[in-house]
Write a protein that binds this ligand. Sequence first.
Ligand SMILES: [Zn+2]
Length: 278
Amino acid sequence: MKMKEKFAEINKVQKALLATNFYNFETLKGVLLAAQQEQSDIILQLTQKSIDYMGLENALALAKAGLKTYGVTGWVHLDHGGSIELVEACLKAGFDSVMYDGSELPLAQNIENTKKVVQLAANYGANVEAELGYIAKLEQSHDKVAFTRPQDAQLFVEETGVDTLAVAIGTAHGFYKETPKLDFERLKAIKEVAQIPLVLHGGSGVPVPDVQRAISLGVCKVNVATEIKNIFMKTLKTLLTETDEIDLRQVFPPATASITKLIQGKLKMVNDVYQPTV
Ligand SMILES: [Zn+2]
């Protein structure tokens, strides 16, 4: 099934897909084993940095082969595509979905560029995600806030014809100093006017019931990246202080297993139905 069709399907029933970033074979394997064990669909994401690191063809081939090997239904998605050129290269290579991130541009410019990406992706039947509002990036301050305005979202979706929209409702990329407070009223208002599947970036550290509530209000894609890198490197670091083993095939598996455990929990989170506490 095409990702566009999958989103259309889950958009009607308040369900969401987990989207996980991967950085090398070990992190990919960790994520795929989790999806296999949970018998869950998954989105595999690559950022520009990961593409530069692994090479576009290598990274895509690794992801596609991995899905097949582990018997997992999944899609490959470009995360935070910063230029139309990168988006085009990914579409040509065979990505199922691309994100064009013009969130830091003025609204009119973001609309214009996203429109171009939507037209381009139509040739490939690929899904397009865009971002509206300001979701602080890893190196950016969490203090600056620009939540997505519902009226902008309506205009943006109408003008661009984008398939999915990342919204700023109180999350940020990376870890939080304090538990983030999501603006559910805003989310509801955006969904009402935009109608399309919404995307939650910066999901690391948002309490589980809040993520599930967001899903019940129209979020159809939940991104996890920072926690994957973090648990892999932390586990590896501990292992390396305890052993002089030079066979990396002995050293990596526990770090890979730590990702599997993390992602199994995340898959349960998105696949479970939200139970409001009374
Ligand atoms: Zn993001």
